[in-house]
Write a protein that binds this ligand. Structure first.
Ligand SMILES: O=P(O)(O)OC[C@H]1O[C@H](O)[C@H](O)[C@@H](O)[C@@H]1O
Length: 427
């Protein structure tokens, strides 16, 4: 993973960061790096996630998924960190079958998906780190009943990934289901490179060893200077720009298959750094699609954004057939890849032109190693940013309140008095 932060410097952008400030920040990066290395060495909660490239046992994952290797599809039931890492991998990379995710509670979607799936040839991958997440357990109960109704022994087609205790662990024990452990000290949103993200990828034929190799290369690059560590350069520049008013981080990959990566990063950043009045609001965008949808606002709306482009230098291409259409001479002899890249570079320049800070993250191609490196790099960037902000990167206390209230409502508690209604209806 390479990063170019030139368009976030104050010579180009406002808000922008001066070279002198970056040099000063680099000294704080050195301290933060020491703290991170210490946390990794002691396997402290959260920091332990950065050890995954050395620790993850891909052979054990392959053994656990072997009985499901004949599956034509994998249905993952999980939410947040228990779904988005896996979805990033299976959406980005070539797979031998279809990947489906139930990471919401929408009765219409669940019913339609279960109607459409051939459950006989579908592996059921149930994932919850805590083993107590209501959405995941409810969906699992619905899905296993659908298997039973279809006359399929769901216990033969199910793999569970969870912690040592919790309702999901109890259910797995009760039905003697195969269980992969969520590693200790790894928060859900940092678990893409563990059993959580890699097991469904392995069932679908993804080269998970290469994913880990790519992550290892990024781990090796961690050093005490942002100028030598792409991941830290990103963490540091997002922090510096947020402090200067770039409250929004638009993450805009220019490859359709990386769209889910932007969703994964949104959770990673929002839950890790959105604390004490700090953090950037992550926005998911996709190039070139969103050039024709959101770019107007990015270029001419409030100057409160960083745009992060994600681009692969190489990849498959398709020639554009010649048609000699009037006014479209520039397409003659060009390819779809060349068109996309020209649009990407033009968009980057158009934002620099109006002083909107933007950063380019570049990978070699969208393959297993590069995507593994990207996931690791962004995790390290987020941990570094957390150190600079001084927040508790690995907790998410603000998510809990609503969860508890929803449980109380289901148990029959009275309506809430925290909200106010001013309902407007048609006459
Ligand atoms: O893996 P689970 O324990 O089911 O948790 C799934 C998700 O739910 C929570 O609400 C947390 O905010 C997320 O960080 C987590 O990824």
């Amino acid at each position: 993973m390479d990063i170019d932060i030139g368009n976030a410097l104050d010579a180009v952008a406002a808000p922008g960061v001066s070279r002198e400030y970056l040099d000063r920040l680099d000294r704080r990066v050195a301290d933060a790096h020491e703290r991170i290395e210490r946390g990794m060495a002691d396997d402290e909660f959260g920091y332990a996630a950065l050890n995954l490239p050395e620790r993850v046992d891909t052979a054990a994952i392959r053994d656990a998924v072997a009985p499901l290797a004949d599956s034509e599809a994998v249905l993952t039931v999980g939410i947040g960190g228990s779904a988005l890492g896996a979805a990033t991998l299976t959406d980005a990379l070539d797979t031998d079958g279809e990947a489906y995710y139930l990471d919401n509670v929408d009765p219409a979607q669940v019913s339609q998906l279960l109607d459409d799936l051939d459950l006989e040839s579908t592996a059921l991958n149930v994932v919850s780190r805590s083993g107590t997440t209501a959405e995941t357990l409810a969906n699992f109960l619905v899905v296993r009943e659908a298997y039973a109704d279809a006359g399929v022994d769901w216990t033969e087609r199910t793999l569970v990934t969870t912690g040592d205790s919790g309702n999901l662990r109890d259910l797995a024990d009760e039905h003697d289901l195969p269980v992969l452990p969520v590693p200790d000290g790894v928060p859900g949103r940092f678990s893409a490179l563990s059993t959580v993200g890699l097991a469904p990828a392995a069932i679908l034929g993804i080269d998970i060893e290469s994913v880990v190799t790519g992550a290892s290369a990024e781990r090796e690059s961690l050093s005490g200077s942002l100028y030598e560590t792409p991941a830290y350069a990103y963490g540091a520049i997002t922090y510096a720009l947020a402090a200067r008013g770039a409250n929004v981080n638009v993450v805009m990959p220019y490859h359709e298959t990386l769209e889910t990566y932007a969703e994964w990063y949104a959770q990673l950043s929002a839950e890790s750094l959105g604390k004490d009045g700090l953090g950037q609001t992550p926005v998911r965008a996709l190039g070139a699609t969103d050039q024709h949808s959101q770019l107007q606002l990015y270029r001419a709306g409030p100057n409160d954004k960083l745009v992060t482009f994600v681009h692969a230098r190489d990849g498959p291409d398709v020639a554009i057939p010649s048609a000699e259409l009037e006014g479209l001479d520039y397409l003659e002899g060009a390819s779809l890849g060349e068109l996309r890249d020209a649009e990407f570079e033009a968009t980057e320049a158009s934002l620099a032109d109006v002083g909107l800070p933007n950063v380019r993250i570049e990978i070699e191609r969208v393959d297993a190693a590069s995507v593994g490196g990207l996931l690791y790099g962004m995790e390290a960037a987020t941990v570094l940013a957390g150190e600079l902000y001084g927040v508790e990167t690995f907790t998410q206390p603000a998510v809990e309140w609503g969860k508890e209230v929803a449980r109380d409502l289901l148990r029959g508690a009275d309506a809430l008095d925290e909200t106010t209604s001013l309902r407007v209806t048609r006459e």
